[in-house]
Ligand binder design. Sequence first.
Ligand SMILES: [Ca+2]
Length: 407
Amino acid sequence: MTTFSRRSVLSAALVTLASGAFGGSFAQSARSPFAQWVEAFRYRARARGISDATYDQVMGSIKPDTSVYALDQDQPEFHEEVWQYLNRRVSDWRITVGKDRAKEAMPLLQRVEHTYGVDPYVMLGLWGMETAYGDLVTNPKHMRPVLPALAALAWGEPRRRSYWEQELLNAMVIVERGWADPKDMIGSWAGAMGHTQWMPEVWLNMGVDFDGDGRISPYGKPDDSLAGTARYLAERGKYRRGEGWGYEVLVPPGLSAGARTMRSIASWHSRGVRRANGKPFSRPSELARLWQPAPGGPVFLLTHNFDAVKSYNPANTYALAVCHLGDRIRGGGPFVQEFPGSERAPTLAEVQEIQRRLTALGFNTDGTDGRVGKDTMRAVRDFQIKSGMTPDGYAGLKVLARLRTTS
Ligand SMILES: [Ca+2]
């Protein structure tokens, strides 16, 4: 796990599945029936210190969840522009609900910050991105029993087999320690669990019993999850207490810099870089790099803590969404510069109107709660195809305008 960040492994596994490499492994698994593999794997579990009683409890009557092989939920079913990705993640719903959660959870988040140094609003952004503030933790539409999924992956997914085996063993150690019952371990198809989507390895090694109930759990109260994830950012991402993640900036014409060019904020300032909101930079000696997510769009100076957030999921856009969502919950505004061709994010009421109108036209959005998931995106895409628009599945203002003139 030291060489992989938490999600890079998952995306690599997805690529394996998506590229059809699984065809070969199925034949390979077929030569070793699941029951036989379960018996052989017992020795690996023993070597890891897992008792036969725990092994039997977990693996005794387990049925491998082979549907994970075909699962495509994280594959790019829809190509999203950066502005669409950000509008969908840093949505009106997530900002509004995030402000409510901020009120409830602030005493907890301040204790987490006191212990691990991570800004409460960064934690809110991350919590909102991972599970909509805990809303999806046990939602059967998004989450499934983790052990049958990991067993299937350890048994039958060849390219990352040792990774999945390790995570299955880690999950058994969690059971052995009495932190969770196998049936309560619900998560993503790849085994990420709880409020901030811990893989078993993260639960085991970064988890914290922050509510002091005697066991570490990413379920129920968010205390353990938020503290453990803050610990992850601090220990693995080297998050620095009291520092920000970066700034949206305006860059003078002609200034260009490679993505890896690190300079002090003072040095960028002397080259004419200014904060987009006109305020002065804090901490002039801090090192930063320049990043423009899309040509012609906003430019950012990213400091160390941006990469600390990115250690949790190695995508610049993910880290930007986490940090920006946190800033929006804190009361900040949208970015000053616009992405070329972008629309402003729809309001909660506008998303609900899109969903209501689609539903009335027979495109199933599975509810009109103002939150955009795969069902709404598919409904939008189907509507776009039917009305001759570019079928990007993006529930935005253009689609709403078209819907309003369609009956
Ligand atoms: Ca606990």
